[in-house]
Ligand binder design. Sequence first.
Ligand code: NDP
Length: 213
Amino acid sequence: TMLPVELTLVVAATRDMGIGRAGTLPWTGLKKEMAYFARVTKRLPADAQPPAMNAVIMGRKTWDSIPVKFRPLKGRLNIVISRSHPENTAADLDVEKEPVKVGSLAQALEYLKTHTPAGTGAAATKAFVIGGAQIYGASLALPEARRVLLTRVMDDFDCDTFFPLRLPSEEGEGKWAQRSKEELDAWTGETVTEGVQEENGTRYEFQMWERVD
Ligand code: NDP
């Protein structure tokens, strides 16, 4: 059976939705923020067991922005989208060493639907879209995009790349609602630090938004 894939976008953005500058993040030194990202994207839902893994889907430029020694991102199925990728991913791919390479977001979803980890069921793992702006934009156009885990950065940074949805959303962007701290904890499976955090002189807050139909 084909199970639907639900997409959760994970992003850290300033109040005017700035997410990047010159191919990298606008800020540095948000170690606890990056640790939150790693935990949340790795943690399996309660009904899934290893060797099942959650998936992280990203654009080629975001892949390039990750230092070589940190990629593929550990403990997650990495899927990278590029127009120069082949039509079929190698069947003997070692996912610990290489990303799954696909030519479109549609192919990424197709891959998730057809490569069910043995005995787990595709719906048992989570699929995250981790950037950048181009791939967030493509995702938000799909009904599968249900949720945004937003790290709202409260300080201003000079950015050249922006998340293509304002939160709170405006007319014509679809309806998105912020969920409570309890709902964020339940969805992530951890007790998320509440309120405004500060690291390295930068203030931020962990939020969850969901599409309201
Ligand atoms: P992306 O990471 O979205 O990658 C863009 C690339 O993806 C394109 O060049 C192309 O690869 C491929 N691609 C895009 N659309 C398609 C399509 N329809 N079909 C096939 N391939 C496609 O790049 P952005 O420039 O938008 O974002 C990168 C920036 O975002 C960086 O500054 C990064 O640091 C930042 N970022 C910030 C995050 C945050 O949470 N703050 C998270 C992630 C990234 P190709 O050219 O190879 O064909």
